[in-house]
Design a protein around this ligand. Structure first.
Ligand code: SF4
Length: 380
């Protein structure tokens, strides 16, 4: 998603190039083929010739997902250049350009300060999102929610093998069929898994998904939203409020740590998705602000240290199953928080900082380079 947006931005600024040259660095280069990065860039730039140079051995100091775009004239001379970074969830940073506009949307940058604001004003967490974003946020979240549900439906309707050398078969449809014939906890696991698999498989097939917070972890939140709506009969308004809470949680992680597997490993992607989904489920199920914070904290805490080691650089093994497991865990976290009075020892802010530091300590083989873990030990 980040490279696609980078290509769109570059093409907008330099539409008249005879050809383009793109250099991918670090993790983007190491797993770019499996992540369809080259396909996304070439289909966006749409010139007769786009050359892509892969430099996995070069890690740019600012972020491991770096890329250089160059616009060339017909004589092969570069007349436009931009260095950009894909920092997770489709977000971009452009070298030499300010990132301040994004940070100003939410003036409070910790969960503790937001909870304090809620206490002082007697408001729920979603109201803080509305105050910061304006009432237009609801129309936007409606669109986001619809796109998530469409991804579930489209994924459940698809069968066959996913693109790539692994020849991995889609499973969501069969999980749904079996889940419908079951009851109680088996059905809960079956439905959550079917929905999460459906969206993760859509991502692996290059179909439309919502980054939540990233493409690799895109199945967790939609699955939990769909399932909680089915079991509670929650209204559309209630679902949108839970989506707002999920977004707030994801934004806090992005602000204070990272949602990029290349920077902090899979704990930043699946761990954050689980925290967002846990908070959203808790909101739907009637939790207090402190119970929501607790649910989100557990979602992240119990993914600490999770490595990123995609087999073949494809977002398939272990990524697809990981979405299903995180979805069930998210709901467990929400249930656990609701059983409590919201008091707990490790705060969401503390676990976020812990995740960031743990990610920094992970060796690069476990940060979206496909150079360690399952990516090297799994045998066909
Ligand atoms: S293993 Fe890596 S590529 Fe797969 S979901 Fe986790 S962070 Fe993303």
């Amino acid at each position: 998603m980040g490279p696609l947006r980078a290509a769109q931005l570059f093409k907008l600024r330099f539409p008249d190039a005879a050809c383009y040259q793109v250099t991918l660095y670090g993790s983007l280069a190491a797993t770019g083929k499996g992540h369809l990065t080259d396909v996304a860039i070439e289909s966006t730039l749409q010139t007769a010739s786009t050359s892509i140079i892969w430099k996995p051995e070069v890690i740019l100091p600012r972020h491991p997902n770096g890329m250089d775009f160059e616009a060339l004239d017909s004589a092969g001379h570069a007349f436009g250049r931009m260095r950009m970074y894909s920092v997770g969830g489709g977000a971009l940073q452009v070298e030499g350009e300010s990132q301040e506009a994004q940070a100003q949307v939410y003036p409070l940058s910790s969960m503790a300060s937001i909870l304090k604001w809620c206490d002082e004003n007697g408001e729920p967490l979603w109201r803080y999102v509305e105050r910061c974003e304006g009432s237009d946020i609801w129309a936007y979240l409606e669109e986001v929610g619809q796109a998530m549900m469409k991804a579930i439906d489209h994924g459940l309707g698809a069968e066959g093998v996913l693109p790539g050398e692994l020849k991995l078969a889609r499973k969501s449809r069969s999980y749904l069929a079996k889940a419908r014939r079951c009851h109680d906890s088996f059905q809960r696991t079956g439905l959550l898994s079917a929905y999460a698999l459906a969206v993760a498989e859509e991502n692996a097939a290059g179909q439309r998904v919502v980054t939540a917070p990233t493409c690799g972890s895109c199945g967790v939140l939609p699955a939990v939203l769909r399932y909680t709506r089915e079991i509670t009969g929650a209204t559309q308004e209630e679902m949108l409020r839970s989506l707002a809470v999920a977004g707030l949680i994801g934004n806090l992680v992005k602000t204070n740590a990272s949602i990029s597997g290349a920077e902090v490993g899979c704990q930043g992607e699946i761990g954050t998705a689980c925290a967002m989904a846990a908070g959203a489920a808790a909101q739907v199920l009637g939790a207090t602000n402190y119970q929501i914070e607790y649910a989100a904290e557990m979602g992240l805490e119990h993914h600490l240290g999770l490595t990123c080691d995609p087999v073949g650089g494809l977002v398939q093994i272990p990524c697809i199953e990981r979405n299903a497991f995180a979805a069930t865990r998210a709901l467990d976290c929400a249930d656990y928080a609701l059983l409590s009075d919201g008091k707990h020892r490790v705060s969401f802010d503390e676990v976020t900082v812990t995740m960031r530091e743990t990610g920094r300590d992970l060796c690069s083989a476990y940060r979206e380079t496909a150079a360690g873990g399952l990516a090297i030990h799994w045998k066909r």
